[in-house]
Design a protein around this ligand. Structure first.
Ligand code: AHR
Length: 555
């Protein structure tokens, strides 16, 4: 049933579309009933260029992320490229990974980069930041004590193998600003110019790494120093003043808010503005972190009690995770507005460098791998919804990365020794890579809501959302149907253009809990269908609980 407001909206959109949409109809499947959803893609209304970097990634020295996930060692029997897990590198090349953030997370503010460079056998063994957390989980010592076998040079090797940009997070809590400057010097000073350039050359790279993106601390309101916003603003100024560039312009990312902490955003920018508004031009990004963890439907705010299970969930939990994730759009809009109260020209962009669902422990494929969870179809839907949100705000969000790439929370990949699989989240990044660098265009989607029972009371969630981008005559439209049961009979029109060909890729499954594992790595994979028709209106069925990508070639 289409509700009244939706019906009126449909009517308006439909009237325009009727004028345009009479000729040949492109029907991908036989519709069981009249269309109940309509999508109009307005090519003339460009929202901005989708920064490829919103399809970025995040690696931390935590649990099995680095050791085993990324680094298997040069002598390993596991296929590797100079010690780096080959399967991982290959997959990341396929999805065109543009940027990777490293080495944390909270770990970053405990890390001395100097421990991780130089001859591998001389590097000191340290206590990992996450050591205490790991004690109860039976984590291997390699996760509790940091060998420093993987450091800056190995990370750069990883980025080079993938063909992506490095994004380093500096330690503001426990190292002085001088150490930050020296890290920049180690990475970026020209060959032969400084002692640190020589040290880098001795480690295999005489050419500078040319690192552009630098995070100045991480979660500085919490594990990164427990600062007030004003205190952190002072630190930010100190750390970023007169850092030598070595010919490589630096883009500093300031540690932004957790979720809806508007005070942190306002407090920081107020303090920066108080001293010198000119400093806004030196802040490239404002890092927002948002995890969707509380599935208690308002019963608790307790971090442990509020979480749900990654694999064992009911329909209510399905929608609850999506509802929580959906909040990200208003957080982006809200923080953008709050920053704009000070930086009216919006020189500072948003960087959402930690996002994703966070479930309670128990679903990890490898017991003892701290924070590892098994992503299901629900997380694929969640991730697609999130990427669509970024695509719809190209002028605001310039870089983003889910937490974290492998063997962690919302991971694209799971690995253990010689076993490896792509998760449903990994498949979403593969499908969505077509948006990178495209022109985002306004897309009007009208569809009935999804209805369900929330604590035995009728509740609803939107029924179809997505994003569209164009490059030349090629249009990419991605869509999420979150309904657990309803097919969306959908018409797609592109006013002023007709469709020469259409390819449809769908990730879905009758089982909401579907996921990939080492034993069944292909339980959930995208299915591709060539629609082989032309016309002005594309009519198709969008299955329940699905993510769909349409690649349209336009005339
Ligand atoms: O991603 C795991 C942790 O979550 C990160 O280290 C920290 O930044 C966040 O709180």
């Amino acid at each position: 049933m289409i509700r009244r407001r939706e019906f009126i909206h449909n009517g308006v959109v439909g009237a325009t579309a009727l004028l345009l949409a009479r000729p040949a109809r492109l029907v991908s499947t036989i519709l069981s009933s009249a269309p109940d959803a309509r999508i109009e893609i307005l090519l003339e209304e460009v929202l901005g260029t989708i920064s490829p970097n919103i399809y970025g990634h995040f690696l931390e020295h935590i649990g099995g992320v680095i050791y085993d996930g990324v680094w298997v060692g040069e002598q390993s029997k596991i296929p590797n490229i100079d010690g780096l897990r080959k399967d991982l590198v290959d997959e990341m090349r396929k999805i065109k990974a543009p940027v990777v953030r490293y080495p944390g997370g909270c770990f970053a503010d405990s890390y001395d980069w100097r421990d991780g460079v130089g001859p591998a056998d001389k590097r000191p063994r340290r206590t990992n930041f996450w050591n205490n957390e790991d004690e109860t989980t039976g984590a291997p010592a390699s996760h509790r004590y940091e060998s420093n076998r993987f450091g800056t040079d190995e990370f750069m090797r990883f980025c080079k193998a993938i063909g992506c940009q490095p994004y380093l997070a500096a330690n503001v809590r426990s190292l002085p600003a001088e150490a930050f400057s020296r890290w920049v010097e180690y990475c970026n000073s020209p060959a032969g110019s400084t002692a640190l350039a020589d040290a880098r050359a001795a480690s295999g790279s005489s050419e500078p790494y040319g690192v552009r993106y630098w995070g100045v601390g991480n979660e500085s309101w919490g594990c990164g120093g427990n600062f007030t916003a004003q205190e952190y603003a002072v630190e930010f100024r100190r750390y970023t003043t007169w850092v030598p560039e070595y010919g490589q312009p630096l883009s500093f990312v300031a540690s932004g808010p957790n979720s809806d902490d508007w005070q942190w955003t306002r407090g920081f920018f107020e303090e920066i503005a108080r001293k010198d508004k000119g400093l806004f031009s030196s802040i490239f990004g404002w890092a927002l972190h948002y995890y969707s963890w509380n599935l208690s439907r308002g019963r608790t705010e307790n971090w442990d009690e509020g979480k749900g299970d990654a694999i064992k969930f009911d329909v209510q939990d399905w929608y609850e995770v999506l509802r929580e994730g959906n909040r990200l759009e208003s957080l982006i809009e809200g923080h953008w507005q709050a920053v704009g109260e000070f930086d009216s020209g919006h020189q500072v962009k948003l960087v959402v460098d930690e996002w994703g669902p966070w479930y309670r422990p128990g679903s990890e494929l490898t017991p003892g791998y701290f924070l590892e969870q098994t992503p299901t179809l629900r997380d694929a839907i969640f991730s697609a919804m999130t990427l669509d949100i970024f695509n719809r705000h190209p002028e605001k969000v310039t870089l983003a990365s889910p937490a974290q790439l492998v063997n962690c929370l919302n991971s694209l990949y799971l690995a253990y020794e010689d076993k490896f699989c792509v998760t449903p989240v990994g498949h979403i990044f593969g499908m969505y890579s077509a948006h990178q660098g495209g022109q985002a265009v306004r897309t009007i989607i009208s569809a009935p809501n999804a209805h369900y029972l929330r604590d035995d009371k009728p509740a609803s969630f939107w029924g179809l959302k997505g994003s569209a981008s164009v490059r030349d005559k090629n249009l990419t439209l991605t869509l999420v149907n979150p309904s657990v049961s309803e097919v969306r009979e959908t018409e797609v029109v592109v006013p002023g253009a007709s469709i020469k060909s259409a390819v449809m890729t769908v990730l879905s499954n009758a089982d909401l809990h579907a996921h990939n594992s080492f034993d069944q790595p292909n339980a959930l994979t995208p299915q591709v269908k060539d629609l082989q028709s032309t016309g002005r209106v594309l009519t198709l069925q969008i299955p329940p609980a699905s993510v769909t990508k349409l690649e349209l070639s336009l005339m």
